[in-house]
Design a binder for this molecule. Structure first.
Ligand code: ADP
Ligand code: MG
Length: 560
């Protein structure tokens, strides 16, 4: 029995966009469907390993493509885990993938430039960029019944029982009619399909096969004849297994964008092969912009984990430390036990060794960037510097030695970001402390009366504008034996002995006035006193040692 169902509102919007898309890179539909087929094969292979199911080998799990020129269809067939009735409904009826989620967010924010479509990993729905009818036949591994999911409009879809003689999924795309602008027939060319697989899906580690008609020379004759043969289109060598020097920047970028659903090239690529105690390949990326969901609970840190090219898990969170949670990428190691459960992996010694190396690798990359390419580093810092500062804070300073030299702060003198080391190097002979001031913006801090006296002495001040900054400095306690001093807090000890005496004298002279002000202000202040920290301003507020004004603000704003 067939049931007609409606798409969820957001899916309908995404579909409408796909159907009416004028996006020029429609060809990515093939990449998306092939990668789904590969994911489904991975899932089955992994299940077989976990549950010791015999008779499932990777060699049997090919992905088969076929073209029917008469019917104008393209078929993509896999022998993966398949979907049952409810899964067809849930997974194809709603926007599932994280890429499309970001896309959805973009839509909600009112971005309606359809040109960005293909840059998100929009997954299954991208089929509707080239097809006006999509049929999905699927049989879940271990079940008897197969079902079809069919849709030819953005209004809805039907699900009904249908035949499929193997577990896995078969997707049939009915190509749209050609228009003046768009010739969909190009996807009916076997060479075009071959080209697209080579371009986008070469590294997929299952053979992608297609029956191809090729012209062959007849034996004992000069004549040629058309023969059909099944050809494997992809090399199946994952990008990370290839030699670094043979990989172009564009290949890395394309790989990153399609795998991690980003639409901008990464800022940095780290590709390494490590041999020794433990052997692995790692391919890591620093994004060049903050992912849209980075500050939401939706964002999960972690690296993809492979063992001998077999996908094991998506977000192995123990592989990257919290302070580098922005790094995306993957690790492939032959030293990992494939049968190990996900929970066990956490305590696995090899995993710990890898995680340790990965952390050092990222650290080295950042140090290197800071040293050799300040402009790039500042860009990185604006994106993810917060994470490093949180790292110091959350570790109660345990990460001080590792991270302190990666920190940047805005310098009043330089009017630019500087490192703590640069601050200390530029310190005046008579300067003992590292001064800082906090506020909402650089401009606002610049106007703080309390900064004046320090600047007057020619001492630099670090301007702290992030909530975490002061907490971070507090955890550091000092840098190269210089303590951090808040210009609005406590005694700055900037005066000479003479000036101090003068101040004492003045205080005695004006005791009555000071007492009167204290009385008028009552409990609002602890003390009213004359200060030498002021130059052109009549008064300023300061706090005693301990929690500063800015920290108090942050603490008050925190949920209980
Ligand atoms: P993503 O792949 O990022 O999860 P997609 O939109 O590409 O998002 O696919 C949505 C979901 O549909 C997948 O997560 C998967 O559960 C299911 N799916 C799609 N294609 C297949 C397939 N060939 N075999 C099994 N499940 C599939
Ligand atoms: Mg997908």
């Amino acid at each position: 029995m067939s049931e007609k169902k409606q798409f969820k509102t957001e899916s309908k919007r995404l579909l409408d966009l796909m159907i009416n898309s004028i996006y020029t890179h429609k060809e990515i539909f093939l990449r998306e469907l092939v990668s789904n087929a590969s994911d489904a094969s991975d899932k089955l292979y992994y299940k077989a390993l976990q549950e010791n199911i015999n008779g499932i080998s990777r060699e049997d799990m090919d992905i088969f493509l076929s073209i029917d020129k008469e019917k104008r269809t393209i078929t993509i067939e896999d022998h993966g885990i398949g979907m049952d009735h409810d899964e067809l409904e849930e997974r194809l009826g709603t926007i599932a993938n994280s890429g499309s989620n970001e896309f959805k967010n973009a839509l909600e924010k009112g971005v309606d430039n359809v040109d960005i479509i293909g840059q998100f990993g929009v997954g299954f729905y991208s089929a509707f960029m080239v097809a006006d009818k999509v049929e999905v036949f699927s049989k879940k591994y271990g079940e008897d019944k197969a079902y079809a999911w069919v849709s030819d409009t953005s209004d809805g879809y039907e699900i009904f029982e249908s035949g499929l003689d193997h577990h896995g999924t078969k997707i049939v795309l009915h190509l749209k009619d050609n228009t003046e602008e768009e010739n969909y027939d190009e996807y009916l060319s076997q060479y075009e399909i071959e080209r697209l697989i080579k371009k986008y899906s070469d590294y997929i580690h299952y053979p992608i096969k297609m029956e191809m008609t090729v012209s062959k020379k007849k034996e004992d004759s000069d004549e040629y004849e058309d023969v059909t043969e099944v050809k494997v289109l992809n090399s199946q060598v994952p990008l990370w297994k290839r030699n670094k020097k043979d990989i172009t920047e564009e290949e890395y970028n394309d790989f990153y964008k399609s795998k991690f659903n980003d639409f901008t090239d990464p800022q940095r690529v780290m590709h390494n092969r490590v041999e020794g105690n433990i052997t692995y390949d790692s391919l890591l990326f620093i994004p060049s912009q903050v992912p849209m969901n980075y500050f939401s609970s939706e964002y999960e840190k972690g690296l993809q984990l492979y063992s001998r090219g077999v996908f094991i898990m998506d977000k192995a969170k123990d592989l990257v430390p919290e302070h580098f949670r922005f790094v995306r990428g993957l690790v492939d190691s032959q030293d990992l036990n494939l049968n190990i459960s996900r929970e066990m992996l956490q305590h696995d010694r090899s995993m710990k060794l890898i995680a340790d190396r990965i952390e050092k690798r990222i650290q080295r990359e950042l140090e290197d960037m800071l040293k050799k390419d300040r402009e790039e580093y500042v860009k990185f810092w604006k994106n993810f510097g917060m994470q490093i500062k949180f790292g110091i804070y959350h570790s109660y300073g345990m990460l001080k030695d590792k991270l302190q030299d990666l920190l940047l702060f805005y310098s009043a003198n330089k009017k630019d970001y500087i490192t703590l080391n640069e601050y200390v190097e530029a310190m005046k002979e008579d300067q003992k402390d590292i001064y800082f001031a906090s506020g909402e913006t650089v401009e606002k801090i610049d106007m703080l009366p309390a900064c004046e006296a320090v600047k007057d002495k020619g001492f630099d001040i670090l301007y702290l504008t992030d909530n975490v900054d002061e907490f971070c400095l507090q955890m550091l306690r000092d840098y190269k034996e210089k303590t951090f001093k808040n210009v609005t807090q406590g005694d700055l000890n900037l005066e000479s002995e003479e000036e101090k005496k003068e101040l004492e004298q003045k205080t005695t002279d004006h005791k009555d006035l000071l007492d009167a002000i204290k009385e008028a202000l009552g409990d609002k202040v602890v003390e009213v006193r004359l200060s030498s920290r002021l130059k052109s301003h009549p008064v300023c507020l300061t706090s005693s040692e301990g929690v500063s004004f800015e920290m108090e603000k942050v603490l008050n704003a925190m949920p209980e």
